[in-house]
Write a protein that binds this ligand. Structure first.
Ligand code: NAD
Length: 260
């Protein structure tokens, strides 16, 4: 099944983890891709993986900071200049931030995390939705988190930003449904990516793999999710098949968010 033949898919955070997994999946299904990330190296690795799996794929890579609004305007413009439209947008770049008590959570750290995870998602929607409204079609998937629908603890900046992403998704989904554009969020929980390895290292240092075992012991499925499992979900949500799913938040967490 090739759901993305002649479709243009824009992905932020395309240089690693969930963004890379989603990029690979839609590329295998025929998508033309515009990949945005701070990391040029990460983008190049993703591009090579895509070309190995889908040699015919058209892949534009753009180094940009999603938390910088003028750079967001440029990555959207570059995508439209190259491919003429944007069918689907995976608004996904994000950081985890430090883990500690609210009183110890630094103001600068809070601003940093919110600036990328929330402001960056807003800037992306602001520019992409303008294009999609004019086109009269499009789908957006924003990356929230279990930490955006439940209280997890020790994550002030992350929790605030991801709850904000859920709010933006609901708000804009209500606004743009009438233009044929659907907007949804995913709420992943503990998918094994470089970000999760980083947060386990914060908990366990060199013993991070042991910390990982303890972490998943409370998950109903007793394991981490795989990036490709998120890639399958995101590809479905970005496709025409999911057009009537709007303003919704879809957890992908082994059931963890229903357990808290
Ligand atoms: P990751 O670290 O593997 O990938 C994130 C990518 O985003 C990196 O390539 C990084 O360079 C890029 N990035 C970070 N800040 C950026 C910026 N300002 N501008 C452009 N690019 C930037 O992490 P991941 O696990 O793939 O995370 C992707 C998204 O999923 C994030 O929003 C994260 O909060 C969310 N998430 C992940 C999990 C999980 O378990 N992995 C769970 C919930 C939510």
């Amino acid at each position: 099944m090739k759901r993305f033949e002649d479709k243009v898919v824009l992905i932020t955070g395309g240089g690693s983890g969930l963004g890379r997994a989603a990029a690979l999946q839609v590329a295998k299904e025929g998508a033309k891709l515009s990949l945005v990330d701070l990391s040029e190296k990460g983008l190049e690795e993703t591009k090579q993986e895509i070309l190995a799996a889908a040699p015919e794929a058209a892949v534009l890579t753009i180094v940009a900071n999603c938390a910088n609004e003028p750079e967001v305007e440029v990555y959207v413009k570059q995508t439209v200049d190259k491919f003429g439209k944007i069918d689907s947008f995976f608004n996904n770049a994000g950081v985890e931030g430090k883990q500690n008590l609210t009183e110890e959570y630094g103001v600068e750290e809070f601003d940093h995390v919110v600036n990328i995870n929330l402001n960056g998602v807003f800037y992306g929607m602001r520019h992409v939705l303008k294009v999609m409204k004019e086109q009269g079609f499009g789908s957006v998937v924003n990356t929230a988190s279990v930490g955006g629908i439940r209280g997890v603890g020790n994550q002030s900046g992350y929790a605030a930003s991801k709850h904000g992403v859920v709010g933006l998704t609901r708000n804009s989904g209500i606004e743009y449904g009438q233009y044929g554009v659907s907007i949804k969020a995913i709420a992943p929980g503990a998918i094994m990516t470089p970000m999760v390895e980083g947060s386990l290292r914060q908990l366990g240092g060199d013993n991070w793999e042991e910390a990982g075992k303890e972490f998943v012991s409370v998950n109903p499925m007793k394991r981490f999710g795989k990036p490709e499992e998120v890639g399958f979900l995101v590809a479905f949500l970005l496709s025409d098949q999911a057009n009537f799913i709007n303003a919704a938040v879809v957890p992908i967490d082994g059931g963890q968010s229903y357990k808290y």
